[in-house]
Design a protein around this ligand. Structure first.
Ligand code: AMP
Ligand code: MN
Ligand code: MN
Ligand code: MN
Length: 276
C-alpha cells in the first residue's frame, strides 16, 4: 500500500489540474490517493474520476484552515462527502476574506519595496476565491526577490515576517464538526510546522481528541525525518492513528514528490485502514 493522502491542485494553490495530479500520483507509485485542496472540494469529482480510471483507490479530501491559540493550524478531512451542505457552506465562509487579506499582504510587501504583488500573484491564481501566500511566493521568486518559495516564506511571508498579515480562519470546533458531519475523519496536518509551546501542543491534541479528531500526519513532505519520529511518539502517546502525505503542490517546488516518502512506523495504525 503506497498511500499519499495530502496534495494540492489548481483548485487551490497547486499548479497541476486535479486529473494531472492523479496521473503524477499514479506514475509515482501511489495506490491509495486523496487530493486535499485548501478550503475547497471542487476538484474531488475530477480527481476521483481520473484516479479510478488509472486503477488507484481514491479517498475524498480537503485541508481546512483553522485559527487556534492565535496561530494557523491545518486540519485535513478524509473520506468526506463533498456534497454535504454544511461542509460546503463552512468552506465557503472560510475562503471568504482571502481577497482583502491579499490586498493587505500586497500593501505590506510594497512597504518592503516589492511593487505590484497583488497583480503579480493573481497571474498565478487559477481559482479566484483562493488567492494564497503560495501565489505571492511564486511571484516573488519570478521577480528575483528570493531563490525559492521556501526562501520567500523565510524572509517575507512566514508568520511574523514583514509581508505576513494575520488572518482569522475557521475555529477548530467548526472544522472538525464539518468534517465529521460530512462522514469524514479529521487529521491534524503537518504538526511539526506549528510554533506552539509543548503545553499548547498538548492542549491542541487533547482538544482535537475531545472533538472527535482521530489522526495526525506523521510522515509528511512538511516534516524533516527527525519529526517523523517525534510525531510517531505523539501518535502513540495520544492514541492517534497516523497519516502519510507528500503535500505536493507543483513539480520542482517543495521537498517531496507524490508517493516517494518513507512508510509509517509499523506499530502505528494507518488512518487509511478503514478504506481498504
Ligand atoms: P495561506 O493559506 O494563504 O496562508 O497559504 C498557506 C500555504 O503557503 C501553505 O498551504 C503552503 O502551500 C505554503 N507555505 C506555508 N509555509 C510555507 C513554507 N515555509 N515553505 C513553503 N511553502 C509554505
Ligand atoms: Mn498550500
Ligand atoms: Mn497545510
Ligand atoms: Mn497542504
Amino acid at each position: 500500500m503506497n498511500a499519499d493522502l495530502h496534495c494540492h491542485s489548481t483548485v487551490s494553490d497547486g499548479r497541476l489540474a486535479p486529473a494531472d495530479v492523479a496521473r503524477r500520483a499514479h506514475a509515482g507509485g501511489v495506490t491509495l490517493w486523496a487530493l486535499t485542496d485548501h478550503d475547497e472540494v471542487a476538484g474531488q469529482a475530477e480527481a476521483r474520476g481520473e484516479a479510478e480510471a488509472l486503477g488507484m483507490r481514491y479517498v475524498n479530501g480537503v485541508e481546512i484552515s483553522v485559527t487556534w491559540a492565535s496561530r494557523t493550524v491545518h486540519i485535513v478531512g478524509l473520506g468526506i462527502d463533498p456534497a454535504c451542505e454544511a461542509l460546503v457552506a463552512g468552506l465557503y465562509a472560510t475562503r471568504n476574506g482571502r481577497a482583502a487579506r491579499a490586498q493587505a499582504m500586497s500593501d505590506a510587501l510594497a512597504a518592503q519595496g516589492v511593487a505590484g504583488a497583488y497583480e503579480g500573484a493573481l497571474r498565478y491564481v487559477s481559482n479566484p476565491d483562493l488567492i494564497s501566500r503560495t501565489h505571492f511566493a511564486r511571484f516573488l521568486v519570478e521577480m528575483g526577490y528570493a531563490a525559492s518559495t521556501a526562501d520567500v516564506f523565510e524572509r517575507y511571508l512566514g508568520e511574523g515576517k514583514p509581508g505576513y498579515v494575520p488572518h482569522r480562519w475557521s475555529s477548530l470546533e467548526n472544522a472538525v464538526g464539518w468534517i465529521r458531519g460530512a462522514g469524514g475523519v479529521a487529521v491534524v496536518a503537518h504538526p511539526g510546522r506549528y510554533k506552539y509551546t509543548p503545553l499548547e501542543f498538548d492542549a491542541l491534541f487533547g482538544r482535537f481528541l475531545d472533538l472527535g479528531g482521530k489522526a495526525i500526519e506523521v510522515v509528511t513532505g512538511s516534516h524533516m525525518p527527525d519529526q517523523y519520529r517525534e510525531y510517531a511518539d505523539v501518535a502513540r502517546r495520544f492514541g492517534f492513528e497516523a497519516s502519510r502525505g507528500s503535500d505536493f503542490h507543483a513539480p520542482g517546488e517543495g521537498r517531496t514528490e507524490l508517493g516517494k516518502l518513507p512508510p509509517l512506523p509499523s506499530d502505528l495504525t494507518p488512518v487509511w485502514e478503514r478504506w481498504l
